[in-house]
Structures are given as C-alpha cells and as structure tokens.
Design a protein around this ligand. Sequence first.
Ligand SMILES: [Mn+2]
Length: 339
Amino acid sequence: MSVLKDKRTLLIVMQDFPDPDAIGAAAALRELARSLGDVTTTLACGGFVSRAENRALLKYLGLNVQSMTNTPPQNFDCIALVDTQPGAGNNALDPLVVPDIVVDHHPIRPLTRKAAFFDVRKRYGATSSIFQEYMQCAGVPIPVPLATALLYGIRSDTADFGREATQADINAFLALYPSSNKRMLGRIAMARVPRAYFRTIAAALTRAQSAGECVFTNLGKVDSPDIVSEVADLLLRDEETTWALVLGVHCDELLISVRSSDVSADAGKLMHHLVGKLGSGGGHTAMAGGQIPVDENDTALVDTLADTVIRRFLKKLGARRSDLHMLLEGRAATAAAAE
Ligand SMILES: [Mn+2]
C-alpha cells in the first residue's frame, strides 16, 4: 500500500510469453491496486499470449495485454514485475529500469533487491499462491474469474501438484477452490486449438530422439514460443524418460526448455550449463527455460548452437550418443524384438 500511495498508474510486466501463473498474478495485482489504492493498471509483455489455453483465460478475465513497445515504462508512476525478475532475460523491461514491485517464485536475482517492494519465494510452486495470500491478508474479495485464474495458475505451474508444490500452494488452492468457476476451468484447460498445432506436435514427435533417460527434439522455427515448453511437458510423459529437452526458434532467439521428473534434479542449474555464456536462462528444480540470441535466418549458426545445447545436455546427464535412436522408431524396434 505504501508503494502504491499517491500513484495513479501502474504498469504490470509479465514474461514475454505469459503463462497462466503470470496472468493470474498480474490480474491479482491489478485487483489489489484497484482496491487498496486508486491506481489504473496496464498489463504488458514483450511478446504475446499465444497458447490457446492462455488466450481462453485472458478472454474469461476480460483482460487486455499490451505490447511493451506501446507502453514505455516512463509513462507510468509505478512498475511491477510478476512471475519474473529484472534481468531474467524472459521479460522486456530494460534491466536499467528499476521496478517498484517484484513478486516471483524463481531464484532471486541481484537487481530484484533494488525494488522498493520485492517478495521472492523460491519454494513456492506458483506466484499465484503468493497473491492469494496477499488478497486474503488484505481482506480484498476475490472475484470468481480471478479465483479461477489464480487456481489455474497454481495448477499449471505445479503440473497439478505433480511437481514443486508446497503446503502454501495447496492452502492457496483450497482457499480459492470454493469461489472458482469449475466449468470454466475445464473449458480453459481443454481450449480448442488450430489445426497447425497438430502438425507441430506430429513433427516434434517424429523428430524426437532418445538416449538413456533423455529425450530431445528440435522444433525449428515456431509461431508460438509456448509450444516449446508444451512439447517438453508432453515428452516427459514418456515412461522411459526422466529428462526432456526441447528447442525452437522464434524472433531471433533459440528457445530452450527442460523438464525433469527426477525429484533430486536441478533443471535450473542444468539450464545454466546448457546456455553457458551463449545466452540466459534459469528455472526451478523440475522445469527451466533459456534463450540464446541468434540470427534466425542463419540456419547454419542456429543448427550449430542447437547441436551444442543437445551435446551438453546428453553429456551432462550421462546419456551415450551410441544409444541415440528416434523416439518413435525405438518403440517399433522394441516391439519387433519382442515378437
Ligand atoms: Mn510461475
């Protein structure tokens, strides 16, 4: 409240390609700013909301997300970052601009400490859980669409509590559940997709290779960056896989997504190793994302960098190149051997 005091306009910045947790957190901060102060908020991101589920969520919330190019931070009294941090590499706020508010659940970054208000809880499965607590403590009623969004944010970031969920996330979920719209939750989670989505999934699976407990695939150029992490989630469902790596190219960036089902894993640390000095990245124990700047038309360079990332991935996880096989053909070969 003290940060928002005497402020009129608030810019809430999410990741470039906001996920449900970021959308839920931003919508909650907007509601808090409106209830506790008299602040007009603008939601912005450097990219766009692309995944069908996330677009359905925004539509239900009645929220518009602006492009950062149309919302220069200097036009606002106050700037907030949610579900990301200054200098994280996945948001479009200039690292030289010190935000007033940072609320996140990724490992804390040095620039974050400069913010007037920062609350970074690494152990939480979702930023949405933190905002549920704020709203409860502040006694601000949570409208049904917002309760639904926060709930979906928690479900989505914790993969339905299958990864990195703590008691705080469960408590937030239970508090939100009675006032959420269950029918809408189902509709958002099963949002209809364009047919191109199936072509992308088919190509991703056809190209996927596996060795030991590792699986990886390179999607090449993608229309929507969200598909990179979405395919990583899908590949991790393979019962013989513990580590999934997915690459894709979008807007002059080689995007990298890692998922792990190993409870003792540190996907964030692995991601730092994969990108090294080539780009930026980070994450949690079970999920991580990274990006390497490239000239997307320089296919030779992109291929070389992708090979480097894949080679580091296999080496670090002790997978042997001699074990490499196409994911789908590997299945067929096993079946043939059994006959
Ligand atoms: Mn999150």
